[in-house]
Design a protein around this ligand. Sequence first.
Ligand code: AMP
Length: 201
Amino acid sequence: MLSEKLGLPIIATGEILRKVAEEETPIGLRVRETQKSGNLVPDDILAQIVRDRIALADCDNGCILDGFPRTLPQAALLEELADLKGDKIFAVKISVPRDMLWKRLAGRRICSSCAATYNVYLKPSKADGICDLDRGALVTRDDDRPEAIEQRLALYDEKTKPILEYYKQSGRLHEIDGVGDPLDVFSRIAGALGVTGIGRG
Ligand code: AMP
């Protein structure tokens, strides 16, 4: 929604890495194993991906990064890249209580043909395991299994949380309540970023 409103591309590093993981190459295999276990892909790989992606023309006016930065070295790299392009950084933290996060992750199901997303607790498909849109089979992401979720949340606490302080100290952190209807959450984000005339609010 934000991408549409601002006319900026979304760069979701998890998504880019899932494509890399499909490749039958040494790096593809390494990324696949790392994602499956819920661990973080090494910073040097992320640096290369983000550096190359941000250099494309559609990012001339900025971009929306989703899932990046996740470590302090990644935040330092982003600082460098933004400086070079003359871009400002707005950091958005979408806060969701842990028990709700578990539900969102463990309950998530994705259509294997059109990638529509469902949740067995929060947004079930009409027929169990089948996509409402194209009747594709619904699958669970490898890293939405309990052991991987544990690991992702532990790494969030250890590696990603310190970034919040970093952005807070420089007055660039926008904390958003991520509970509720997606349109409401979107309105809160838009409001915090000063983007007007959208959503309910
Ligand atoms: P996501 O789709 O953002 O939940 O990311 C899925 C997985 O991709 C993560 O659990 C990591 O294994 C990997 N990944 C995505 N973004 C990053 C990042 N910025 N740094 C390291 N690993 C990442």
